[in-house]
Design a protein around this ligand. Structure first.
Ligand code: IMP
Ligand code: MG
Length: 182
């Protein structure tokens, strides 16, 4: 990962720390849904893809998976505040237990909107699991049922998270150096 190293100001969470936290989240989610007949786990593309793949393998439950694309950030480190579903799920969600998996909750706009839509679609329950949260940036109230780590107001990359579509393949989570976007 030498090619991208100069763009990382500092490493926030190493691979081992991320894996250890995911193991804990997996145990907690498994316990909470042990009496549910099935769970529909929905990954929000593209940022959650790496976290999603690791998390579902820690769920000792009968799960089905789906993916959705929601756009709110356009190649920028500043939120536009707009939410648009660009790819929807194919499964019917009525009466299903739904767990969304997201990379990061920033203003909270994206997931509060998406979760509202799924309540309206008649899901039996709608919960949220996010790897990261930046509470200092919150604009709307949102409950994160399962949270990996709380982080300060800094732009982070790696482990699925991008800046202008790059750095998703970094195995750790780091703070992006300002020189990249200044
Ligand atoms: P929200 O609607 O403001 O909560 O936006 C959440 C989305 O913004 C996430 O799904 C990310 O794609 C993106 N985002 C927010 N903060 C960061 C960051 O620090 N690094 C990379 N993407 C981010
Ligand atoms: Mg995202």
């Amino acid at each position: 990962m030498e090619a991208m190293k100069q763009d990382v100001k500092k490493v926030l969470f190493r691979e081992e720390e991320i894996q250890a936290r995911i193991e804990e989240l997996g145990k907690q989610i498994t316990k909470d849904y042990e009496n549910a007949k099935s769970l529909l786990v929905i990954g929000i593309l593209k940022g959650s893809c790496v976290f999603f793949a690791d998390l579902i393998r820690k769920l000792d439950l009968p799960v089905e998976i789906e993916f959705m694309s929601v756009s709110s950030y356009q190649d920028s480190s500043v939120s536009s505040g707009e939410v648009k579903i660009t790819k929807d799920v194919s499964a019917s969600v009525a009466k299903r237990h739904v767990l969304f998996v997201e990379d990061i909750i920033d203003t909270g706009f994206t997931m509060s909107k998406v979760m509202e839509i799924f309540q309206e679609r008649g899901a039996a329950s709608v919960k949220l699991c996010s790897l990261l949260s930046k509470p200092d940036r919150r604009k709307v109230d949102i409950d994160i049922d399962y949270l990996g780590f709380t982080i300060p107001d800094e732009f982070v990359i790696g482990y699925g998270l991008d800046f202008a579509e790059k750095y998703r393949n970094l195995p750790y989570i780091g703070v992006l150096d300002e020189s990249v976007y200044m």
